[in-house]
Ligand binder design. Structure first.
Ligand code: GDP
Ligand code: IMO
Ligand code: MG
Length: 417
């Protein structure tokens, strides 16, 4: 039974949603294992655009089903909104999803804290404001509630009251939604999810099912935003790596493939180091052609060139076994394309950064390659070959447009040249 993980190899928004949705037709289960509604995964179903923040990118009218794993932090209001919007087009689609009762809940006050903390920071991170940091913080410090607590209302009330008591002291009364209101809202959302047909099933109960079916793991964000290995402190608070599948009871040794998704260039939304960033008429053009505006917050994404040291770092950190390249079409028509091949750090040129701090001090060293009029041109093949030789990971698929079927195996693309 095939098991594949799809993870972001850059700073997120590489096109993971589209790639997962393309692969999804061949899998029984599509599993999100980390992050929350900070993610924005864009897919097209019958030419209609959907942005999934929490829902795995299943094919809504296909056979595959979606699972939300325990490594996620879930805003139930957002989940209900997404499901109701999808169910309006695909009646009964809610029954295609199951949520692990161990998921940690993002509460209204986590979102308030997120905004307040950003205001207090000397150097704001540029978070999505979705309460992600405060929710993961509460989970690690053992406050707050999991989905399973909604089935024990007394425990729910107690845990919320205790958390509220501490937060009122820490935040000097700035948080506004008292625990009894939060509890009532959560119970209401629980009931709406049940009405939509969503199942609450733990990874333990799913163990046999997952091991006898094919599973596609959908990563969120990208390796360089990972809490442990990303460009700390300008990172998210969850795991963005393939080993996040452990929260669903799998080991990376059980994966047949860890596919790293990368754009043919690089983008970043939010603050933090970005060695190959360029703000020029050329990259502004890339932003417009690539519609590089955040799927969650609408913020313009920062744009830069492909960064091979960062990719090599991502490949090692996340154990990538294949690469999927997206948005090469956006570079169509450029005379030349710049690629960063090394980082100059303390006077020496290095192939790969050894620590996250290196990203803050690196000066990019570039090579310039000839551009391509379309992705079926030989210069694009040369670009791909260059990436493979430099990163030592094979490219398997190429995406050349936002629609699901605008994707091709590398060998298929070469045959059509
Ligand atoms: P994700 O977070 O990794 O799923 O990526 P996002 O959905 O946030 O951002 C990727 C954007 O690029 C979306 O608007 C996609 O529709 C679009 N996209 C994905 N693949 C391609 C591609 O190959 N070419 C073009 N032009 N757009 C793409
Ligand atoms: P997908 O899954 C791009 C960024 C935010 C900010 C930092 C911390 O769509 O690729 P957070 O709200 O998580 O505390 O913000 O991480 N960020 C993303 N950037 N794509 C994402 O997800 C992101 N999720 C978080 O912009 O810089
Ligand atoms: Mg996104």
């Amino acid at each position: 039974m095939r098991r594949v993980a799809v993870v972001g190899a850059q700073w997120g928004d590489e096109g993971k949603g589209k790639v997962v949705n393309y692969f999804a037709r061949d899998f029984d289960w599509i599993v999100r294992f980390a992050g929350g509604a900070n993610a924005g995964h864009t897919i097209y179903v019958h030419d209609r655009k959907y942005v999934n923040h929490l829902l795995p990118c299943i094919v809504p009218d296909g056979p595959g089903r979606g699972f939300l794993g325990a490594g996620m932090v879930v805003d139930l209001g957002q989940l209900v909104n997404e499901l109701e919007a999808l169910a309006a087009d695909f009646p009964g689609v809610g029954a295609k999803f199951a949520v692990d009762p161990e998921v940690f809940l993002v509460l209204p006050w986590h979102k308030q804290q997120d905004i307040l903390l950003e205001k207090m920071r000397a150097e704001p991170i540029g978070t999505t404001g979705r309460g992600i940091g405060p929710a993961y913080t509460d989970k690690a410090s053992r406050e707050g509630v999991k989905l399973c607590h909604l089935f024990d209302e007394q425990m729910l009330q107690e845990r919320l009251a205790n958390s509220w008591h501490m937060k009122q002291i820490l935040y000097q009364g700035q948080l506004t939604m008292p625990p009894d209101e939060v509890a009532a809202e959560l119970i209401g959302l629980r009931d709406r999810l049940m009405k939509l047909g969503v199942q609450f099933t733990s990874a333990v109960d799913m163990g046999k099912v997952f091991r006898s079916t094919s599973v596609l793991f959908e990563g969120a964000q990208g390796v360089l935003l990972d809490l442990d290995f990303g460009t700390f402190p300008f990172v998210t608070s969850g795991s963005c790596m393939a080993h996040g599948v452990s929260s669903v009871g799998f080991s990376t040794f059980e994966l047949d493939d860890v596919a790293g998704v990368l754009k043919a260039y690089t983008t970043r939304v939010g603050a933090g180091p970005f060695p190959t960033e360029e703000d020029s008429l050329l990259t502004q053009g890339i932003r417009e052609r690539g519609k590089e505006y955040g799927a969650t917050t609408g913020r313009p994404r920062r744009v830069g060139w492909l960064d091979l040291p960062a990719l090599r770092y991502a490949a090692i950190r996340s154990g990538l076994t294949s690469l999927v390249i997206t948005k090469a079409d956006v570079l169509n028509g450029l005379e030349t394309v710049k690629v960063c091949t090394g980082y100059r750090i303390d006077g020496a040129v290095r192939d790969i950064p050894s620590t996250s701090h290196d990203f803050f001090v690196a000066e990019p060293v570039y090579e310039e390659l000839p551009g391509w009029p379309s992705t079926s041109h030989v210069n694009f093949l040369k670009y791909m070959t260059f990436i493979e030789e430099q990163v030592h990971v094979p490219i398997t698929y190429i995406s050349y447009g936002p629609k699901t079927d605008e994707m091709e195996t590398k060998s298929g693309l070469i045959m059509s040249m």
